[in-house]
Design a protein around this ligand. Structure first.
Ligand code: TYM
Length: 318
């Protein structure tokens, strides 16, 4: 079985990325034949146009992945742009992708409504994502709920290709953790780089400030509170076992003040990420090692991708 996922290097990693994608991916490492994780730097070009910033963000996100616990001995890490087969396969897939599929993409409409320029790249973004997944024969793709439609499109494109040219692709399944499908941001909307409502993983100062700014209702300190309604609790429970979350929910019911609830969340957040932060600071000084990891990932990803491309080129007659 193969598990694969990717993240765009278009902002600092936040709790939504961690609990929605990184953590579920990490849980597969060492348990499946292949676990593959890549930096979606070609996708990032749809929203980033500062070369120096992208160059820095690409490597920073690899350091983040490694600090989160991706073991390069047990998983494959690489840059999407290092494997030209992604764009080659994207083109081939685009020739079997009906325009109607792409016209229904919610994420495209949302991005355009937020002011992102409606380029051809932004419109065909899901086809590149389908290529990312189908190239490696991924069976499982751990993502947050915002990527569900993209996964459905990938499946539809693969089915369409297989129908026209014969079985070339594995049909992938999304893996969406129910408890972290949509991690809320500090304003209660989905946590997202573009909403400015994130809690970052590695910038402790910014994380502390963000936690202290989480929205609350106007209940008095000693009033009973329904934990399920509280954004503080919805975020805090991601760090807790179900039993610990139940105990905390009871304390909310017993009149835990929001100030105290935030302090408790801050302490869980600090304890959880402290070892990763330390490891990250260490990795910052080992850029040579980070580059070696990516070069070795490139070689492994290239070998897998070329196997698929051999079949695809043969199937379509190239
Ligand atoms: P991106 O970079 O926006 O987000 C990376 C991952 O984090 C998840 N995520 C969340 N999950 C739960 N709650 C949230 N608030 C939250 N915010 C973000 C996303 O669902 C995603 O899993 N198109 C992708 C990148 C990509 C990709 C792929 C993913 C490119 N090719 C192939 C999987 C397979 C994206 O923009 O993710």
């Amino acid at each position: 079985m193969r598990v694969l996922s990717g993240i765009q290097p278009s902002g600092k990693l936040h709790l939504g990325n961690y609990f929605g994608s990184i953590k579920p991916n990490l849980e597969y490492v060492g348990k499946v034949e292949e676990s593959i994780f890549f930096v979606a730097d070609l996708h990032a070009l749809t929203t980033m146009c500062d070369a120096a910033e992208l160059r820095r963000a690409r490597e920073d996100i690899v350091i983040d992945y490694l600090a989160c616990g991706f073991d390069p001995e047990q998983s494959i890490l690489f840059y999407q742009s290092d494997i030209p087969a992604h764009t080659e396969l994207m083109w081939i897939l685009s020739t079997v992708t009906p325009m109607g599929f792409l016209e229904r993409a919610v994420s495209y409409k949302e991005k355009v409504s937020k002011g992102i320029v409606a380029t051809a790249g932004l419109f065909t973004y899901p086809v590149l994502m389908a290529a990312d997944i189908l190239l490696y024969g991924a069976n499982i793709v751990p993502v947050g709920r915002d990527q569900k439609q993209h996964l459905e499109m990938t499946r539809d494109i693969a089915v369409k290709f297989n129908r026209v040219y014969g079985d070339a692709f594995v049909i992938p399944e999304p893996f969406i953790r129910e408890d972290a499908a949509v991690v809320p941001g500090i304003d209660g909307q989905k946590m997202s780089k573009s909403y400015g409502n994130t809690i970052p993983l590695f910038d402790e100062g910014a994380g502390r400030k963000a936690i202290m700014r989480i929205v609350t209702d106007s209940k008095d300190a000693k009033d009973a509170k329904d934990a399920k309604e509280s954004v503080i609790f919805q975020i805090h429970k991601l760090f807790l076992s179900p039993a610990e979350a139940n105990v905390l929910a009871e304390e909310y019911g017993g009149g835990l003040s929001y100030g105290e609830a935030k302090k408790r969340l801050l302490s869980s957040y600090q304890d959880f990420f402290a070892p990763m932060r330390e490891w990250r600071a260490d990795l910052e000084k080992k850029r040579g090692y980070v580059r070696e990891v990516m070069e070795s990932g490139r070689k492994k990803a290239h070998a897998l991708a070329e196997k698929t491309m051999g079949r695809v080129r043969e199937a379509v007659g190239l």
